[in-house]
Design a binder for this molecule. Structure first.
Ligand SMILES: NC(=O)c1ccc[n+]([C@@H]2O[C@H](COP(=O)([O-])OP(=O)(O)OC[C@H]3O[C@@H](n4cnc5c(N)ncnc54)[C@H](OP(=O)(O)O)[C@@H]3O)[C@@H](O)[C@H]2O)c1
Length: 279
C-alpha cells in the first residue's frame, strides 16, 4: 500500500508532509532498516530523528538503501540540551549531518528551550538556515513565553513547534497561539503511546468509518491542521497510522473528542529540564 500524504506550506514557503514517521527508540541498523523500509513503502516521506535518539547513523543508512530521491524526503533532526549549554550548535549540527551522511536536513529544531541558552541557540540556527544546510528551522517543547521571547530577539518566526499533543492532552491555547502566528504545530506522541487505543468514545466514532480509535485520534489532529509523527515498529500499525486521509470527522465528533482532554503527558521531561519552566 502506498498513500499520498498531503503537505503544509511552512512560513518559509517550503512544503512539509502533514504526517511523518517518528523514530525515537528505533535503534540498530537492522531495526531502522526494517521500520524505514515498511514506512517508506507505505508512503511516509518525513522522518523525525534527533541527536539524542542515537540512531542518526542507522537512519541515514536505511534512507540511503531505500533509493528514494533526496528531494522527495523530508528529514528532521534536533539539537540537544548539552550542545546548547556548551554553545556548540554548529558542531552538533555538523555531527548530525555526518552521522546521517546528508548535505542538508529539511528541518532542524531546538529540542528543548534550555533557559538562558535558547535565544542564542536560535541565533545560531538562523545562521545554519542562511547557509542552506537546514532548509527550515523551528523549535520543540516551546510554550507561549518561550515563543514570545524569541519574537523579541529575532525577526525569524519558527516554521514549526513540535509538542506533545493528542486527544488526551489537546494543548488548545498553545496550538491557537502558534497557528495565529504562522507556526505549524507538529504533534509528537500523537498516539499517546497507545493510551487512547481502547477509549470507548473514539472506538465508537471509528466504527462509523471503519477506523480504529487511534486512527480517529490522528484524524482529529490532522483536521485541526496539526502535523503528526507517530512511531511504530509494527507493519500493521505503520500502515494504519497514515490510513487516515479518506474520511472526515464531523464538527460534533471533533467537539466530542475535545472533551477527552486530561492533560496526560506520556513523554517524560528530560531530567535537566524538570523545574525549568516547561509545560
Ligand atoms: N520533540 C520531542 O521532545 C519528542 C518527544 C517524544 C517523541 N518525539 C518524536 O515523536 C515521535 C512519536 O512519539 P512517540 O514515539 O513518543 O509516541 P507515539 O508515536 O504516540 O507512540 C508510539 C508507541 O505507541 C505504539 N503504537 C504506535 N501506533 C499504534 C497504534 N496504532 N495503536 C496502538 N499503539 C501504537 C508503538 O508501539 P509499536 O512500535 O510496537 O507499534 C509505540 O510504543 C517519536 O518517535 C519522536 O520522533 C519527539
Amino acid at each position: 500500500m502506498s498513500s499520498e500524504i498531503p503537505a503544509f506550506l511552512l512560513n518559509d514557503e517550503r512544503p512539509m508532509p502533514k504526517a511523518g514517521f517518528g523514530v525515537y527508540k528505533i535503534t540498530g541498523d537492522e531495526g531502522a532498516a526494517r521500520a524505514l523500509e515498511t514506512a517508506l513503502e507505505a508512503g511516509y516521506r518525513l522522518i523525525d530523528t534527533a541527536s539524542v535518539y542515537k540512531n542518526e547513523e542507522s537512519i541515514g543508512k536505511a534512507i540511503r538503501s531505500a533509493n528514494i530521491p533526496r528531494e522527495e524526503l523530508f528529514i528532521t533532526s534536533k539539537v540537544w540540551n548539552t550542545a546548547q549549554r556548551m554553545g556548540d550548535i554548529e558542531g552538533a549540527f555538523n555531527r548530525s549531518l555526518e552521522r546521517l551522511k546528508l548535505d542538508y536536513v529539511d528541518l532542524y529544531l531546538i529540542h528543548w528551550p534550555v533557559p538562558g541558552c535558547y535565544p542564542e541557540t536560535w541565533r545560531l540556527l538562523e545562521k545554519i538556515h542562511q547557509s542552506g544546510r537546514a532548509k527550515s528551522i523551528g523549535v520543540s517543547n516551546f510554550g507561549i513565553s518561550h515563543l514570545e521571547h524569541l519574537f523579541e530577539i529575532s525577526g525569524i518566526i519558527p516554521a514549526v513547534n513540535q509538542i506533545e499533543c493528542h486527544p488526551l492532552w489537546n494543548r488548545k491555547e498553545l496550538v491557537a497561539y502558534c497557528q495565529e502566528r504562522g507556526i505549524v504545530v507538529q504533534a509528537y506522541a500523537p498516539v499517546a503511546r497507545g493510551a487512547y487505543a481502547d477509549r470507548e468514545i473514539l472506538t465508537c466514532i471509528g466504527k462509523k468509518y471503519g477506523k480504529t480509535a487511534v486512527q480517529v485520534g490522528l484524524r482529529w489532529l490532522i483536521q485541526q491542521d496539526i502535523g503528526i509523527i507517530p512511531k511504530s515498529v509494527s507493519k500493521d500499525r505503520i500502515l494504519s497510522n497514515i490510513d487516515i486521509f479518506d474520511f472526515e470527522l464531523t464538527k460534533s465528533e471533533m467537539e466530542t473528542i475535545d472533551t477527552l482532554d486530561e492533560h496526560l503527558r506520556t513523554a517524560s521531561i528530560p531530567d535537566d529540564m524538570i523545574g525549568q519552566g516547561v509545560e
